[in-house]
Design a protein around this ligand. Structure first.
Ligand code: IPM
Ligand code: MG
Length: 352
């Protein structure tokens, strides 16, 4: 198979971690006799610096011709005082919109060797294996009207949370489908005691489950309770499905449960090109030092092989190689190790 990939390294540690992601892809292609075609583009702060736009037109053309996109990170403190349109993060938000990737999968898996790094006691976090399915192209992130304006002599900020029944159904379908290949349990998270949005969410998810997924166990939970339950009893979750902003917040919580946010991969899926990126940010404080954890990116590559190319055997091989690397203790500083980004990448390739 020919793997046609657009590479968007982005800001901060993005270029360092995606270099290891590409090295793993090359190793997979050698081992399983596939060919690889990688074309790079600009996004985020680096794109603003050279073109004035966080998602230049050339990048949009590039991603539309690729089968999958591998992204590093977007964001740099240099742009903190810029208006939202001229911030690196806007490049990422527009990229998601361009690709129409409405389903964001963020798995959190507790490796036995990393139990002691969790902020939770080992006996609480042990065995955690959950995936957040975050709606990614709706809700307050994109809803209008929005803006800051003067209203009755008061400076007023407005954001709008909007969801259609169709948007809720399509994300719920992804969650139920995923649950069937796992522990067959979906936790739908909302704030239906306060928000109309959540009332429609709960009703729609319930009806869809009865109609199309009667075999999957469905529970509902309020988002505040969920934030608490995730640290009290993370093992009770299998697939957690929720809207965009709640998913943003809860997935950072799940990320750190298992030891380091540097370990977490993500896949953003729509109907066509998938987007794959580590959950961590650009980490400008450690950029350029060669000490960033590449495993979140490498595990994102595994998700790409599975979801965009249907290469399950290859995906599993990469995940197993990461498991062996974790056990070997060849790890970066965030995991109490002393290895460099490249050494960790090489260890995964060796295990593969
Ligand atoms: C994430 C990030 C982004 C988001 C930011 C960088 C816009 O926090 O992918 O979770 O809020 O979606
Ligand atoms: Mg986030």
């Amino acid at each position: 198979m020919n793997l046609n990939i657009a590479l968007l390294p982005g800001d901060g540690i993005g270029p360092e971690v995606t270099a290891q992601g590409v090295a793993i892809l090359e190793a997979v292609c050698r081992k399983f006799s596939h060919s690889l075609e990688v074309k790079s583009g600009l996004i985020g702060g680096v794109a603003i610096r050279s073109t004035g736009d966080p998602l230049p037109a050339d990048t949009v053309t590039l991603i539309k011709s690729a089968a999958a996109v591998l992204l590093g990170a977007c964001g740099h403190p240099e742009f903190d005082s810029h208006p939202p349109e001229k911030r690196p993060e806007k490049g990422l938000l527009r990229l998601r919109q361009e690709l129409r990737v409405f389903a964001n999968l963020r798995p959190a898996f507790c490796y036995p060797a990393l139990e002691s790094l969790s902020p939770l006691r080992a006996e609480v976090v042990r065995g955690t294996d959950l995936v957040t399915v975050r709606e990614l192209t709706g809700g307050m992130y994109y809803g209008t009207p929005r803006g800051i304006q003067e209203r009755d002599g008061e400076v007023t900020a407005i954001n709008t949370m909007v969801y259609t029944k169709k948007e809720i159904e399509r994300i719920a379908r992804v969650a139920f489908g995923l649950a069937r290949g796992r522990k067959n349990h979906v936790m739908s998270v909302d704030k239906s005691n306060v928000l109309e949005n959540s009332q429609l969410w709960r009703k729609t998810v319930t009806e869809l489950a009865a109609r199309e997924f009667p075999d999957v166990r469905l529970e509902h939970m309020l988002v505040d309770t969920c934030a608490m339950q995730l640290v009290q009893n993370p093992r009770r979750f299998d697939v957690l499905v929720t809207e965009n902003l709640f998913g943003d917040i809860l997935s950072d919580e799940t990320a750190v449960l298992t030891g380091s946010i540097g370990m977490l991969p993500s896949a953003s899926l729509g109907e066509h090109t998938g987007l794959y990126e580590p959950v961590h940010g650009s980490a400008p404080d450690i950029a350029g030092k060669g000490i960033a954890n590449p495993l979140g990116t490498i595990l994102s590559v595994a998700m790409m092989l599975r979801h965009s190319f249907g290469l399950e055997k290859e995906a599993k091989a990469v995940e197993d190689a990461v498991g062996k690397t974790v056990e070997s203790g060849k790890l970066t500083r965030d995991l109490n190790g002393t290895a460099t980004t490249e050494e960790v990448g090489n260890a995964v390739i060796h295990a593969l």
